[in-house]
Ligand binder design. Structure first.
Ligand code: UDX
Ligand code: ADP
Length: 459
């Protein structure tokens, strides 16, 4: 079975970059990415590659190389389904906001809609690949919908979870630690292996059964998030004992059994995956009455929530227990550097906490729009949209945010912050001039010499 045409449903942070690289590395396979969102597809098709809807270093070059050759973006979902041999489902699976499992379980309505649409349209056999992160055993539901509502054609389901991290998506895709493919049908698995073999060494392509593959994705994210919560728990202990969390990270990370990565203390992890996937894991464990397992993983989230509110509390306490009417400049809003994604970003929750105390916040982020920032705050529903706009200002010049500020809070580790003219910034700020570094990004010595009062997580 040789794949000639691939369709991907969902042109988001996962579908867009992944399909771009698959097309780049398989010039003989035609790859079409479809989405219901017309504005998003228009942006993927924009001649100006700096306007792609997903910001990822290096992505413009990949899209520039493949688009129009064998990579296409379209809103015609039915046509793309009809023509494809292999269909990736890469739609969003947010945490449910209603009904059973609200706040924990994954909302599978978008997945189900896709399955029904594929079944209705398909007139020839298809391999359907789950790319979105899904609860274990979703493939079973998918298969049942496809087989029961289809036109009598054969569907093979594969699970092929994506491990790319945002901000490094292109390098992660070009050089993955592993590619995981779960499935039951050897021929279907082999067809997908061949797509990846165009650039990934065979020994890095792991094949498993469907359930192991689905579960491994959740577990990988849970383990990564757990490391961040573990070091963040230690950061609080460092602050009261005089230890330095970076030194502790280095000391333990050199132990090859522990490893050095994902031990950077921070204001808390964000992103679309960690919290959602752990909640999902917790929900599954509870469904099977495994309460000790569920409680264990839930602590990772509770500690992360604690870290975000602890940071906000630290700001309030240090500023003489009141931030009312004070100007607090936020450097960064994205959940990490090199992305314009703000989903579950710690900045949202820290801002919300400070706004409850009537602080005035001025935000600068090199890649996040004002529209997105207000959307994130409005989504919380804590206060009216008018109130959010009254208390929060968004600027495109960082010096405008910093000028006249009582305090600076670093929420995202954008490299450019390090190179700012801190001397000029100090002159323009109120005194005492506080810096709260939630990313341990800036140089304590330099800032203290300039007269800043500098606080960093875990020191
Ligand atoms: C994650 C997984 O890494 C990826 O494999 C999966 O496919 C999707 O979820 P992503 O959410 O894009 O990727 O970013 P990641 O680099 O994992 O960071 C997640 C959050 O943890 C960010 O807010 C980041 O700032 C924070 N983090 C990460 C820390 O605070 N400290 C660390 O040491 C590492
Ligand atoms: P992820 O981070 O998982 O890629 P995103 O929210 O960035 O999530 O992208 C998911 C995309 O899937 C969105 O652009 C959404 O419009 C699209 N989508 C959801 N359901 C469907 C559907 N039934 N058909 C086509 N596109 C869909």
């Amino acid at each position: 079975m040789k794949i000639k045409k691939i369709t991907c449903i969902g042109a988001g942070y996962v579908g867009g970059p992944t399909m771009s690289v698959i097309a780049q590395k398989n010039p003989n396979v035609e790859v079409t990415v479809v989405d219901l969102n017309e504005a998003r597809i228009a942006a993927w098709n924009d001649d100006d590659l700096s306007l792609l809807p997903v910001y990822e270093p290096g992505l413009d070059a990949v899209v520039g190389e493949a688009r129009g050759r064998n990579l296409f973006f379209s809103t015609d979902v039915d046509k793309a389904i009809d023509e494809a041999d292999m269909i990736f489902i890469s739609v969003n699976t947010p945490t449910k906001t209603y009904g059973k499992g609200k706040g924990q379980a994954a909302d599978l309505k978008y997945i189900e809609l896709c399955a029904r649409q594929i079944a209705a349209v398909a007139k020839s056999d298809k391999i359907v690949v789950e790319k979105s992160t899904l609860p274990v055993r979703t493939a079973e539901a998918l298969k049942s919908i496809l087989d029961n509502t289809g036109n009598g054609v054969n569907f093979h389901i594969l699970s092929n979870p994506e491990f790319l991290a945002e901000g490094t998506a292109v390098t992660d895709l070009h050089n993955p630690d592993r590619v995981l493919i779960g499935g039951e049908d050897a021929e279907a698995i082999e067809a997908l292996v061949q797509v990846y073999e165009a650039w990934v060494p065979r020994e890095r392509i792991l094949t498993t059964n469907l359930w192991s593959s689905e579960l491994s994705k959740l577990v990988a994210n849970a383990f990564l998030a757990q490391r961040v919560s573990s070091i963040n728990a230690i950061s609080e202990l460092c602050e009261v004992t005089g230890a330095n969390v970076d030194e502790v990270s280095r000391a333990i990370g050199q132990d090859s059994r522990i490893g050095a990565k994902f031990l950077k203390a921070s204001v808390g992890f964000g992103g679309s995956c960690f919290q959602k996937d752990i909640l999902n894991l917790v929900y599954i464990a509870r469904t099977y009455n495994l309460h000790a397992v569920a409680d264990y993983w839930e602590q990772v989230i509770l500690l992360n929530d604690h870290q975000k509110s602890r940071f906000a509390e630290k700001i309030i306490k240090t500023m003489y227990n009141t931030v009312n009417g004070k100007q607090i400049a936020f450097l960064g809003w994205a959940f990490k550097k090199d992305t314009n994604d703000t989903r579950e970003s710690a900045a949202i929750y820290v801002a919300d906490h400070l706004l409850e105390e009537e602080a005035n916040i001025i935000v600068y982020d090199p890649k996040v729009s004002a529209e997105q920032i207000y959307k994130d705050l409005d989504y919380l529903g804590t206060r009216s949209p008018e109130e959010n706009r009254r208390l929060v200002k968004v600027v495109t010049d960082p010096y405008e945010a910093l000028d006249g500020a009582h305090a600076i809070a670093v929420l995202t580790e954008w490299d450019e912050f390090k190179g700012y003219d801190w001397e000029t910034i100090k002159e323009g700020m109120k005194r005492p001039s506080f810096v709260f570094d939630g990313r341990k990004l800036l140089d304590r010595k330099q800032l203290e010499e300039l007269g800043f009062s500098y606080y960093a997580i875990g020191e």
